[in-house]
Design a protein around this ligand. Structure first.
Ligand SMILES: *Cc1c(COP(=O)(O)O)cnc(C)c1O
Length: 344
């Protein structure tokens, strides 16, 4: 029995995307499993990726690293993108986590606690985190990885990509023993010269395209589905949902489905969202409410207990995100804890 609203995660598809990304990138992929693997479940995803050969993972927060270490055991390397925040070194060391050091203060904090294996972030133009190349530190003991992050990897025509790549190559040359990691998902598709020693894919592992739209090389991984709770026939002039958000211009058949904004069906879908019903795309009508949404299924055979797909193989994640005015990353991480993750 599937829950009324469920996020189904196809681990074979995840594994397939991992292999695709390693092949296209021409370098080992170090999966980014921050934010609970973009909402899909970090432990389950990382365990499966380890079976595919992944031995190094990235998370954002110390706490995410602690939870992943508890789930995966001692084998894999886990890097923490936040770095070594004030007072955090002991926790990082206790869980054998490797901070990505972003500032001199973080280096000092890490060293004062005894140091150990860690990475370094070089800011090649995004102005988000890390050292500017001219201010990057001298090599030091324990430093085993150096990374930088692309600002525009989803746009292959953006000239900043090559500038960042060249700046990274020059800066990383100062740290000859360290693994050089540069490309995120989008970067992997920019060319082999973006791959360096290891890539850091996130969204493409989980089914998002590298350029913010579906890509035939990336398989859908996550399906958000909801059960049909009720089917009702609505006459011309009648309205559906809060604030009369939809008024029927003729006889309509409407289903109420068991997923609302408290499950991660963004309210911004009203009025542009489409949902796959038996393989056909049908509009969400009226306002998305907390627990349910309404879909116009006029002309379709739909019964209570059927399931509709908010995103998945029939309603691609990137298209669903675009309809809500957002990106696959936000759509995936918006699926709430109320929705059980089901692994197939
Ligand atoms: C989130 C993140 C990634 C993964 O990015 P995707 O675009 O999801 O592949 C890689 N590197 C860093 C530093 C990140 O913050």
């Amino acid at each position: 029995m599937t829950a009324p609203a469920a996020l189904t995660v196809d681990l074979d598809a995840l594994a397939g995307n991992f292999r695709t990304l390693e092949r296209i990138g021409g370098a080992p992929a170090h999966p980014v499993v921050k934010a609970d693997a973009y909402g899909l479940g970090a432990a389950a995803c990382a365990e499966r990726l380890m079976r595919e050969g992944a031995r190094t993972f990235f998370v954002a927060r110390t706490r995410e690293g602690e939870q992943l270490r508890a789930a995966l055991g001692a084998t894999p390397a886990i890097y923490v993108l936040d770095g070594c925040l004030t007072g955090r070194a002991a926790r990082l060391r206790a869980a054998d986590l490797r901070p990505i050091l972003n500032t001199e203060a973080q280096i000092a904090e890490w060293r004062a606690a005894g140091g150990g294996r860690c990475g370094l972030q070089i800011d090649t133009g995004m102005n988000r985190l890390g050292f500017r190349p001219e201010a990057a530190p001298e090599p030091f003991a324990g430093l085993d990885l150096v990374l930088s992050h692309l600002a525009c990897a989803d746009d292959p025509a953006e000239p900043m990509n090559a500038r960042q790549r060249d700046a990274f190559a020059a800066a990383a040359a100062r740290y000859p023993g360290a693994v050089r990691s540069f490309a995120n998902s989008g970067g992997i598709f920019l060319g082999r010269d973006y791959g360096f020693d290891a890539t850091r894919p996130g969204v493409c592992l989980y089914g998002g395209g590298p350029e913010g739209r579906p890509d035939p090389r990336i398989r859908p991984v996550a399906t958000l589905s909801a059960e049909v709770l009720q089917v009702c026939d609505v006459a011309a002039g009648e309205s559906v949902g809060y604030s009369r958000g939809f008024v029927a211009d003729g006889p309509r058949r409407i289903t109420t489905c068991a997923a609302g904004y408290a499950d991660g069906v963004l309210r911004a879908y009203s009025p542009r969202g489409l949902v796959a019903v038996g393989g056909e795309l049908r509009p969400i009508v009226g306002r998305v409410s907390m627990d349910v949404c309404a879909i116009d299924v006029t002309g379709l055979e739909v019964a209570v207990g059927d399931r509709v797909e908010l995103f998945g193989a029939h309603r691609m994640l990137d298209d669903a995100a675009a309809a809500a005015g957002t990106i696959a990353y936000e759509l995936l991480t918006s699926v709430t804890a109320r929705v059980p993750r089901i692994y197939v």
